[in-house]
Design a protein around this ligand. Structure first.
Ligand code: NA7
Length: 546
């Protein structure tokens, strides 16, 4: 490595390396990883498909896109200067502000000089002879590096519905995660939205404000809860800034790195009146409190879950005037919080507007997209714009879209055909020198908090390699088996694991993603960090180092 000239790697290898490390992706994790590896003095290149930094916040420009985590718990915590100079203007920052923030980070730390835009990685093959990765871009250019770090996101591979006629539509159509950079106007337009996940909900409540007519095609309703966003003025920002040490300390301590953490009491340990009061308070509070800060048993105990589900159903019935529409919006096949809870701002009230129609496609399935709109079993709907809020091939999808091959040409996709197998969610047996950021089996939750830890752990490992003149890092079979078994065991008993969603690896639009897998670590973030810290302190006993 460039930083360790005294520690010469085996002859014939270093000279052939273009970079010590290649990072795929210039989103929140890729940017921070670049910053840290540069500190180590490594020659690093970030390869990014887009024309700018930001990852999720670069691609997801759909109307209404914003954080569901409090802005001040979401930004990077590693630089005091950055904390001192950046003002958040809303409790849940809208996408344009977040993208400005990430551009500011890239400029402030002079990151762009090591980022290559419009550079989609199509393949990365490990070569044992050189202990290096050969990385190929879409345009055919090739680079060799010692370490390959994937910062490709867990919700970054958008999926379109498998419907006849999608390409025949004559109007404008967009997937929410491939939204154009130019503004799209809805005034007077007949607009369709397909999908009612967290993205669909944010889109619908925004588009409904101006669309001539908005038609929502819903397959599965989700349990949504109020976001309660608000502006942050200078005085409040000063207070938040003074509180940053406490905010980040709290995020370190909570189960999923959010500001919210479960109430230690069980649902039935309080009186019905107390319980109702707690639910009311949580429903009136900002953010994920009602999901992450509720009684400790709502996500594992069926009866407890039924009580909170009933509470939220009552709220939906109160807010939606037409009782038939209200019933359609209340989930019947899963309980509250067993899928990702979309946070909303007057989402349910949208359905009281005269310019909005809900189509339940379980009753009247979509038969095809036509040149003029969407044909269901009972009607032809004409549209000017169709919005596909149909989600992602989550967690492993971005990996599947790159031809990643390890020792002896083994494909990662094949190695993971029955679900991912990892060591700490970072390394994979048979794929030496590849490290994943926010890969399968890592603690997710409030993502940037997990990213910072993940990046620092990977940086520690690379530093260890540099200091010990190591050129090959590989997870042992025992390390992978024990971590993968642990992750699977943690998922037992969670109601969310009995439900189809991106969190259980289901995507009906993707071949091979019809069976639930355990791709998500569902233990606590502090426990995850303790396990990773222990591995590092012990000199990485579950890695084969050479
Ligand atoms: P989600 O949560 O996966 O939602 C996708 C939505 O699209 C969901 O309502 C799907 O219904 C619907 N969908 C997908 N395919 C179809 C077809 N073929 N026909 C009709 N409806 C369809 O993705 P999001 O982008 O909303 O959110 C992903 C995460 O990003 C989110 O959880 C946040 O963490 C950020 P289904 O439920 O499958 O019946």
């Amino acid at each position: 490595m460039a930083a360790s000239q005294d520690n010469q790697p085996p002859a014939g290898t270093a000279s052939a390396l273009d970079y010590d490390a290649i990072i795929i992706g210039a989103g929140m994790s890729g940017l921070y990883q670049l910053y840290r590896l540069r500190e180590l003095g490594l020659r690093v290149r970030v390869l990014e498909t887009g024309t700018g930094v930001g990852g999720t916040w670069y691609w997801n420009r759909y109307p209404g896109a914003r954080f569901d985590s409090e802005s001040y718990s979401y930004g990077y915590s590693f630089s005091q200067e950055l904390l001192d100079e950046w003002d958040w203007t809303e409790h849940f920052s809208p996408q344009p502000e977040t993208l400005r923030y990430l551009n500011h980070v890239a400029d402030k730390f002079d990151l762009r000089r090591d980022i290559q835009f419009k550079s989609r990685v199509t393949s990365a093959h490990y070569q044992e002879a050189t202990r290096a990765w050969d990385v190929t871009l879409e345009d055919g250019s090739r680079y060799r590096c010692r370490f390959l770090i994937t910062a490709i996101g867990l919700l970054s591979a958008p999926t379109m519905p498998r419907m006849a006629g999608v390409d025949t539509f004559k109007g404008q159509s967009f997937h929410t995660a491939r939204w154009p950079h130019e503004p799209v106007r809805f005034e007077g337009k007949r607009v369709a939205v397909i999908g009612t996940g967290a993205t669909g909900v944010q889109t619908i409540q925004e588009v409904a404000k101006t669309a001539g007519h908005l038609t929502i095609f819903q397959r599965t309703p989700n349990w949504c809860a109020p976001l309660h966003n608000g502006k942050i003025d200078a005085r409040e920002m000063a207070k938040i800034r003074a509180d940053y040490p406490d905010i980040f300390k709290r995020c370190q301590e909570t189960f999923a790195c959010f500001l919210h953490t479960p109430d230690p009491r069980g649902t039935f340990e309080v009186t019905p009146e107390e319980r109702e009061a707690v639910f009311e308070r949580l429903y009136a509070d900002r953010g994920f409190g009602i999901w992450q800060g509720n009684f400790r048993d709502i996500l594992v105990d069926r009866k407890a879950n039924a009580v909170i589900s009933d509470f939220v159903a009552r709220k939906i019935r109160q807010r939606v005037k037409d009782p038939v529409v209200a019933e359609k919006l209340i989930p019947k096949n899963h309980g509250f919080g067993t899928r990702r809870v979309p946070l909303e701002t007057r989402y349910y009230e949208v359905y009281n507007q005269p310019n909005v129609t809900l189509v339940d496609i379980n009753e009247t399935p979509i038969e095809r997209v036509t040149p003029d709109g969407i044909k269901t079993s009972d009607a032809e709907h004409a549209f000017d714009i169709i919005i596909y809020a149909t989600g992602f091939d989550a967690i492993t999808g971005a990996y599947d879209r790159i031809d990643l091959r390890g020792i002896d040409g083994q494909r990662l996709k094949d190695a993971w055909k029955d679900g991912p197998q990892t060591y700490l969610g970072v390394l994979v047996e048979g794929f030496p020198n590849m490290m994943m950021l926010m890969g399968p089996h890592t603690a997710l939750g409030n993502i940037p908090r997990s990213i910072e830890y993940n990046v620092e752990w990977v940086t520690g490992l690379v530093r260890h390699a540099r200091d010990n003149n190591l050129t090959r890092l590989e997870a042992t079979p025992q390390g992978v088996a024990s971590w993968t078994d642990h992750v699977r065991a943690l998922g037992m008993g969670l109601l969310s694991n009995e439900v189809d969603s991106w969190m259980t690896g289901i995507n009906k639009n993707v071949e091979g993603k019809q069976v639930r897998t355990v791709a998500r670590y569902s233990g606590s973030a502090p426990a995850y960090r303790a396990r990773c810290d222990e591995a590092a302190a012990g000199g990485y006993p579950e890695l084969r180092l050479g």
